[in-house]
Ligand binder design. Structure first.
Ligand code: SAH
Ligand code: SF4
Ligand code: F3S
Length: 471
């Protein structure tokens, strides 16, 4: 058990103080004839989306409404991701463009938060070069947002990027994204320090929420009509390691399955080094746990896995996959891959291709290695040129696309239970939803089916999605 010495539960008094600021802002806003508008843009992972839902909950309680154009908003917030450089460049680009808005409407408030801001060199750059930004706060200051915004509304410029390593706060209302999927964080932070990754530095140490709080939240969303929950953490398999009297991840999952109204349970992300037989058994036994597993492998080369500090070999990884496939034959498998990690040779890269062919993932999420300031890998020597890395990357996609297309083809003619999630972006008469395994399916249907479970016969398969008809 790894006790997190720095874990701090934000006290009821501190939260009450923040609610007081929400109330004060609302009082001021109530004097206006129309509700002010907030624009919130989220980058990065589901954890960040979940944080944005909390921020939007606070803004809503303060009296804000929401809009989907920065140019129309009174309050603009970017919730940022630091995991790769291109995510950061996009934020800087968008922030630059806001200068014009601020020039035209001086009272617009511009704020930036999230993982990128938890890095001092980035926050400093914004402080000195992006003078039109009024408010910056890191991941650890999330619960202090009402106080910070209050100060900004009073005319101050606020930068709160204190590194507190680990806090957990409760009792904040969410403004959740739409039914039917509810994202439920079960733990925050990461202890793994994979050598390429910035997350442990910007999210602090692992800390679990109490099972009781999580289950209350699941019951609440079930009452609100949500049918599917996604349990979130950077490494869900170590859930509970910092709790003395809590449940472990598998026990928690089984409890979540007992909640009436919830029909599907997913979770993200699992680290191969911590996945247990107990979990695989629960996945096979519990009907509500979706037959989907995202198990990031990162590389197929043992040498690179060691340099990455992943703490498993390709052989150990494949043993897990074998167990999972035996226990759950219709499992949908996905993974993350990094191409061009420092020191990766063409020979190492071939081992990654081998593992893709061996496992036959349904989908992969692949990235070219991006150097992150302050991580050990940033100091390691590169072997391949950027051009060679891109060449490998493209070849990998070719190999995988063929596998994905073939796996999707197997669905043609089958009938799948689909939870209707929304209307297709391109065509209003087309609904979209997911299979139990998480594959996207498009089919003709009426908006009234939103949030319902329907049976869909798959008529056509493409590399990225499936098409079908309701039966
Ligand atoms: N906690 C999760 C992943 C979080 S980040 C896990 O361990 O699986 C999501 C993915 O981004 C990682 O799995 C990795 O493939 C990729 N990633 C992280 N840091 C990266 C970097 N510096 N360059 C490229 N890809 C990176
Ligand atoms: Fe990053 Fe590794 Fe932690 Fe995932 S497990 S967040 S890749 S350090
Ligand atoms: Fe990005 Fe932070 Fe998530 S770095 S991937 S938003 S935890």
């Amino acid at each position: 058990m790894s006790e997190n010495q720095n874990k701090r539960i934000i006290s009821d008094e501190e939260m009450a103080q923040q609610r007081e600021y929400i109330y004060k802002i609302r009082k001021n806003i109530e004097n206006r004839s129309v509700r002010p508008l907030a624009f919130v843009e989220t980058y990065g992972c589901q954890q960040n989306s979940s944080d944005s839902e909390k921020i939007k909950g606070m803004l809503y309680d303060m009296g804000y409404d929401f809009c989907d154009k920065a140019s129309e908003a009174d309050f603009i917030l970017y919730n940022t991701c630091a995991v790769r450089e291109n995510a950061e460049l996009r934020v800087f680009g968008n922030l630059g463009a806001l200068k014009n808005i601020k020039r035209k409407r001086e009272d617009v408030i511009i704020a930036v938060c999230g993982c990128m801001m938890q890095q001092e060199h980035i926050a400093n750059k914004i402080k000195s070069r992006y003078k039109h930004v009024d408010l910056v706060f890191g991941t650890h200051a999330l619960y202090r947002f009402p106080q910070l915004l209050y100060n900004v509304l009073e005319g101050k410029r606020e930068f709160d990027i204190k590194n507190e390593d680990g806090s957990v706060f409760e009792d904040i209302s969410y403004k959740r994204d739409d039914i039917p999927l509810a994202k439920i964080p079960i733990m925050y932070g990461c202890n793994n320090f994979c050598t390429y990754c910035i997350v442990p530095y910007v999210r602090g140490r692992e800390r679990s929420r109490s099972a009781e709080r999580i289950l209350d939240e699941v019951r609440d969303v079930a009452k609100m009509g949500y049918k599917e929950v996604m349990l979130l953490g950077q490494n869900v398999n170590s859930y509970g390691n910092d709790l003395t009297d809590g449940l472990n991840f598998t026990q928690l999952l089984r409890e979540v399955c007992r909640v009436d109204g919830i029909e599907r349970v997913r979770f993200m992300t699992s680290h191969p080094k911590d996945i247990s037989d107990e979990l695989i058994t629960a996945m096979a036994e519990e009907k509500k746990i979706c037959n989907q597993l995202h198990l990031p492998v990162q590389s197929g080369s043992d040498r690179i896995l060691k340099l990455m500090n992943r703490k498993y070999t390709s052989g150990q990884y494949l043993d897990i996959i074998k167990k999972v496939k035996t226990a759950i034959p219709d499992i949908v498998l996905t993974t993350d891959i990094i191409v061009g990690f420092p020191g990766e040779t063409n020979e190492d890269f071939e081992r990654t291709i081998d593992i893709l062919k061996e496992v036959e993932y349904d989908t992969i999420f692949s990235f070219i290695y991006s150097k992150r300031v302050g991580t050990p890998a940033a100091e390691m020597e590169d072997c391949l040129t950027q051009e060679e890395k891109h060449k490998n990357f493209d070849r990998m996609l070719e190999v995988q696309n063929e596998i994905s297309a073939r796996k999707n083809k197997e669905y043609e003619g089958t009938v799948q239970k689909i939870l209707v999630e929304g209307v297709s972006k391109n065509n209003e008469d087309t609904l979209t939803g997911r299979t139990e395994g998480g594959k996207v399916v498009n089919f003709a249907g009426d908006m009234s089916l939103l949030g319902q479970m329907v049976n869909v016969k798959i008529t056509k398969a493409q590399t990225w999605s499936l098409f079908g008809e309701i039966i």
